[in-house]
Design a binder for this molecule. Structure first.
Ligand SMILES: *Cc1c(COP(=O)(O)O)cnc(C)c1O
Length: 227
């Protein structure tokens, strides 16, 4: 799929998102995060040319290189993969961390942010399905963790991120995504300014939007298969 097609694909996806918002009845605004992992900076250029403003990467190093190469485009950069401790010092290069996936990571980001008098925008990654291969807080531990992090001066927890299991049925997708919406309510009840719901990828974004997604993370459907 040539990147010259990206604007046309984005138009079609925007139409599908609008239809999904009206079916779902949540009335939310939805932003497309263009997931450029494994592709070069030309994917970021193509996303920008298609009117997108948000880029997602799951490796810090790869993100920094592409960000540097496309600095003049002023995109918002999202970290969507697990954050290793030795990469925390690069977080000032990101606008939002979707993958705060365990208490130790939360504490490390909070320490780093407070040291630099910063406040870092993060999403709590929630593991709804209990798959052991996926990171994230489990739903049972969420209320206590949300309360604990309400005191973290270096973090602004602005929502929830989740990933649905591979090959899930539509009903399973709905259950996972609506549980993530419930997790956002838990964060709000603990006092966090949690408005964002990052969920939905190329294969399941329409269901995610019906269930209230505000950020959809799209790679394959925009840029073709990763090799
Ligand atoms: C790769 C990736 C995506 C994009 O997946 P596609 O199926 O290619 O749209 C979304 N979210 C995360 C966390 C990813 O690692």
């Amino acid at each position: 799929m040539p990147f010259s097609d990206v604007p046309r694909r984005v138009d079609e996806i925007r139409g599908r998102i609008a239809a999904a918002v009206s079916r779902g009845g949540h009335g939310q605004l939805v932003r497309i995060v263009a997931v450029t992992k494994t592709h070069g900076p030309d994917a970021v250029v193509a996303a920008h040319a298609a009117g997108l403003e948000d880029v997602g990467e799951n490796r810090v190093q790869e993100a920094l290189e592409k960000r540097e190469a496309t600095r003049e485009l002023q995109m918002r950069w999202h970290l969507i993969g697990h954050l290793q401790r030795n990469k925390i010092r690069f977080l000032d290069q990101f606008d939002l961390v979707h993958s705060m996936d365990r208490a130790r990571v939360a504490d490390a980001i909070d320490d780093w942010a407070r040291d630099g008098d910063r406040r870092t925008d993060v999403l709590m990654q929630v593991n709804v399905s209990g798959e052991t291969t996926k990171g994230g807080f489990d739903v049972d531990s969420l209320p206590a963790e949300a309360d604990r992090l309400a005191g973290a001066a270096g973090l602004r927890v602005i929502g929830v991120m989740t990933m649905a299991p591979w090959g899930a049925s539509e009903q399973e997708l709905r259950d996972v995504f609506s549980a993530a919406r419930g997790a956002r309510d838990v964060l709000r009840a603990a006092g966090h300014p949690a408005d964002e719901l990052s969920m939905g990828m190329s294969g399941d974004y329409e269901v995610a939007v019906e269930e209230g997604a505000t950020l959809v993370r799209l790679g394959t459907i925009l840029f073709g298969a990763r090799t």
